[in-house]
Design a protein around this ligand. Sequence first.
Ligand code: HEC
Length: 170
Amino acid sequence: MQDQEGLKVSHYRKTNQFPFIAVALAIAVGLGFGVPATGQDAGPVSPNLTPKLRDLLRQEMLSIEQASKDILSALIAGDDARVAGLAQQIYDSFILQQSMTPDDKQDLMAAVPKDFVTRDQAFHRLSADLAQAGRDGDREAQHAGFGRMIEACTACHVRYAADRFPMLAE
Ligand code: HEC
């Protein structure tokens, strides 16, 4: 489906777009839930990705890193609306969703363990909570939510991106 808002970020958009990995989760459920997650559970995922997926993942990562930095600036300025907008932008993860073909999605499912998918989904949910805290103007919840989101970044990197962030493993 071509969405002509495409690459623009609409901060308060209620959206049906799913995050990158949430799409994959839906496929995983469709394809055979209950297959035990064994073997390939932890360890860097990037080497198993197709070049296109790797690019998409890195693009998403860079964009959520920038959004996270901007959230910090908004938090310390008490700009609730901006916190909400940026967190919503992370939640939407629109770039990946727009650029993935059905084949890409299958490639992704073949390459990453289920726990990775679950973590990504949980991460996106945290960003949705943060967006809500911003909309509510609840500063305490924004601070706590931001902390939880950053913890989720690190937790996933320790497990699945230690090749990119070797110091995390120390
Ligand atoms: C579900 C897992 C997961 C979560 C959650 C996650 N990341 Fe990542 N991130 C990765 C993986 C895997 C890589 C390695 C990608 C590669 O090397 O190709 C990565 C790489 C990165 C990179 C390096 C990109 C590059 O160009 O090499 C940055 C920056 C980054 N993440 C930021 C973040 C931030 C900020 C958050 C949280 C707000 C976050 N990530 C949450 C899995 C995750």
